[in-house]
Design a binder for this molecule. Structure first.
Ligand SMILES: O=P(O)(O)OC[C@H]1O[C@H](OP(=O)(O)OP(=O)(O)O)[C@H](O)[C@@H]1O
Ligand SMILES: O=c1cc[nH]c(=O)[nH]1
Ligand SMILES: [Mg+2]
Length: 213
């Protein structure tokens, strides 16, 4: 696991990198792409949930009673940035089924690369939750910055951002707009191309996941 100043964590684990390589391959099918994203999301979840507050609970093992560590999943809000965010959400939610879930609907206008909002629904009490926003792609950063703006407007103060692939430009934009939001990603690619796609990247995550192109 590579870290910079605490703002960015790159999960360079061999399992993550191997699965990401298959996802990048243009010949990987929609079904395999979705399955791999689910698997990677669970490996990334391990990192993004590091340091989550724990309490203890009195339990009886077959041998004796003990105060055992436990997580209060209800204090966690997972926010999917639609639609591709759902590909990360499903796997993380499987690991933490009691987490609360919200959705920010955004798509990138292909000409301006600005996000267009079409939906917003998050759990109550955002100010009292650890919020993990998920979206596989951090390209220009316009979508994630806008989504986090909205989450902060809804009261969130403790936010982390989980993605699969990031560009250097997107990381810089997030760091400038939201220096308090740590980013966890599987890889930082070379650059953005002239139409705002990550290079070498994996193409359009939503289209590859849902087979829409
Ligand atoms: O950092 P940015 O330049 O804003 O680009 C990243 C955004 O682009 C993709 O979504 P898209 O707009 O394609 O919507 P989709 O999830 O519905 O496919 C991706 O899932 C991010 O939300
Ligand atoms: O490379 C990119 C950039 C934005 N959105 C994607 O899905 N892929
Ligand atoms: Mg898309």
């Amino acid at each position: 696991m590579a870290k910079d100043d605490g703002h960015l964590t790159v999960v360079d684990h061999p399992l993550v990198q191997h699965k990401l390589t298959i996802m990048r391959d243009r010949d990987t099918s929609t079904g395999a792409f979705r399955q791999l994203l689910r698997e990677i999301s669970q490996l990334l979840a391990y990192e993004v949930t590091r340091g989550l507050p724990m309490t203890t609970k009195r339990i009886e093992t077959p041998m004796q009673s003990m105060d055992a560590p436990t997580l209060d999943g209800k204090k966690l809000a997972l926010i999917s940035i639609l639609r591709a965010g759902n590909g990360l959400l499903d796997g993380v939610l499987e690991l933490i089924p009691s987490a609360r879930v919200g959705f920010v609907g955004l798509y990138r206008d292909e000409a301006t690369l600005q996000p267009v909002q079409y939906y917003f629904k998050v759990p109550e009490g955002m100010d009292d939750r650890l919020v993990i926003a998920v979206d596989p792609m951090l390209a220009t950063g316009n979508s994630s910055v806008a989504a986090i703006d909205l989450l902060k407007q809804a009261g969130a103060t403790n936010i982390r951002f989980l993605c699969l692939l990031a560009s250097p430009e997107g990381i810089a934009r997030m760091k400038e707009a939201h220096p308090d939001v740590p980013i966890v990603t599987a890889a930082v690619d070379e650059a953005l191309n002239e139409v705002g796609y990550i290079i070498p990247g994996l193409g359009d995550a939503g289209d590859r996941m849902f087979g829409t192109k």
